[in-house]
Design a protein around this ligand. Sequence first.
Ligand SMILES: [Zn+2]
Length: 250
Amino acid sequence: MIAGLCCSEAVVLRSYPLRESDLITVLYTRSFGRINGVARGAQRSKSRFAGKLEPLSLAEVVFFARKSSDLVSIDSVDLIESFAQRTHDYRGLMQLSFLAELLADTTPEREPSDAVFRLLLLVLPHLTQPATADLAQLYFEVWYLKLAGLYPSHRHCHRCHGSLANSTDVFVGANLSLFVCQECQGSGAYRISAAALEMLDAIGRLHLSEICRRVSAVAVIAELRQIAEALLQRSFERSFHSLKLIHQEV
Ligand SMILES: [Zn+2]
């Protein structure tokens, strides 16, 4: 339970109006996890919060928490970086929205994860660049699944537990059964490309900027995003609105 005056780095996930002049804002903080706060008077044009609570802004936030309330009271916001302002295309904005939606809807309230926060900070700058945005989104999806314990190893068969370590015969079974060997594939399965397996290895092993320096085929990223996004939606039992918009764009 947090109480009293608190300070943390935070990424704004969502903001919406409350009453005449206040704003409710959902923040993913490094020290406290996801919190909901109210910024008094934030909708007034001369508010000290003006322009600082846009979704996907990184800021140093000071807030007051009471034991009796789920809603903290936001005291001050010191803007560090606005990632939405650095993004100049619609698709990029939708990709940022997807991250915000995913974190707002699936992170437990007030449970900090330094690993998720660091992953977010790593990926956000790459999402603002069209050349690296798709890879950054995939990187986030795979690691978010891994950190949540929802990512099945692609180096073991999910059914017979046989090793797939040096195999290029790795399949996605029917109903998204991940990952299975040739013997266990069953009907309706499809093979994952060798390049996609290599990419999964790279994501598990390398820093995002290192993968960005390599030449990655657009088709491989698309192949893996389809798997990762289906897994995310199934694991969290929801369909993400912004993901639908990204796919409509293609
Ligand atoms: Zn098997």
